[in-house]
Ligand binder design. Structure first.
Ligand code: SF4
Ligand SMILES: [Zn+2]
Length: 314
């Protein structure tokens, strides 16, 4: 595998290491789920997430595997409203909604502007809606969408890390000022924001991973985001497996996720969530992984530091 040592991280290299995409249907979201989340005012409520099917994000971030459930071409006008109708007919009624589209809600090639009005109409009974976007797509279009909406809008943005060298290598095509400018623009227009923060992206040790995730939470709140979601980095997109082989990437440990969430909650600056999906990937200890997962879920919901789990692996 010597040809993969110190690869030049580029769109071409990242894409060349990918596997194949899943088969998706432009008229149906590729998934939906309902989970509990603490709301900004402190109530714990059900939140539905609909994972919309649409054209792949134009960025090619090093750690991203969201391209797996996307199309290569734009989907027709009306497809996103059809996906929403389908999902809403399956789901229980809840007050809060996330519309995640594996990319940028305000990318016209992913979600045509012609669909904004029917989308707004379909979701008028929700109280909150969260969509996601890269800072480079945050502009007047967000305001057009917001002005059509009844629910309160929040935009989730991948900050990833404030380690600028690593952020550059992630091929995110974004710097910290782009992130700040996007958050400022949203705040000035009455739209709150949420930051996605990576725990231990490639090129960092475990300790550095913790340090930079904490610094990233600090930065996100300093620039005015309302909440942070910390995502332990996993493999699964081809490029990350190669970096794992060359020693440039190792998944973080669940202990580190606990440390970072404790830190974030103690700041008392806004909600701080751990992404608790499939945490078994981040633990070598079968004895406590479930207890640690439950602890993180409780901390997500209560935004309080729960008692530590006692285990030999400490
Ligand atoms: S901007 Fe988001 S969706 Fe697009 S490649 Fe990067 S991480 Fe993936
Ligand atoms: Zn243990």
């Amino acid at each position: 595998m010597s040809e993969n040592k110190n690869p030049i991280i580029s769109n071409k290299w990242i894409v060349s290491n990918r596997g194949i995409k899943n088969i998706v249907d432009s008229q149906k979201p590729y998934a939906w789920l309902v989970e509990k989340e603490r709301q900004s005012l402190g109530k714990i409520e059900d939140v539905a997430t609909i994972f919309l099917t649409n054209q792949e994000c134009p960025f090619k971030c090093l750690m991203c595997d969201l391209w797996k459930n996307t199309t290569n071409k734009s989907i027709p006008i009306g497809a996103i409203p059809n996906q929403l109708k389908w999902a809403l007919s399956q789901m229980p009624q809840v007050k809060n909604l996330k519309l995640y589209n594996s990319g940028n809600f305000f990318d016209g090639k992913a979600i045509p502007e012609e669909d904004y009005e029917p989308i707004a109409d379909l979701i008028k009974d929700f109280e909150t809606v969260v969509v996601e976007s890269h800072p480079k797509f945050i502009n007047e279009k967000c305001l057009r969408f917001k002005n059509l909406l009844k629910p309160k809008l929040q935009v989730a943005i991948g900050l990833e890390t404030v380690n600028t060298k690593v952020l550059f290598k992630l091929n995110k095509q974004m710097n910290l000022n782009d992130f700040k400018t996007a958050v400022d623009f949203l705040s000035e227009n009455g739209i709150s924001s949420r930051a996605f923060i990576l725990l231990r992206p490639p090129f960092l040790t475990e300790e550095e991973g913790i340090f930079w995730a904490q610094k990233s939470i600090d930065f996100a709140f300093e620039v005015g985001v309302e909440c942070c979601s910390v995502i332990p980095v996993r493999g699964g997109n081809g490029a990350m497996e190669l970096l794992q082989e060359t020693g440039d990437f190792s998944p973080p440990n669940i202990h580190s996720l606990e440390t970072v969430i404790e830190y974030g909650i103690a700041l008392n600056a806004g909600r701080v969530f751990a992404d608790v999906w499939d945490l078994g990937l981040f633990s070598n200890c079968k004895k406590c992984v479930e207890l640690r997962t439950e602890r993180l879920i409780d901390m997500n919901l209560n935004q309080k530091i729960e008692s530590k789990i006692q285990c030999d692996c400490n």
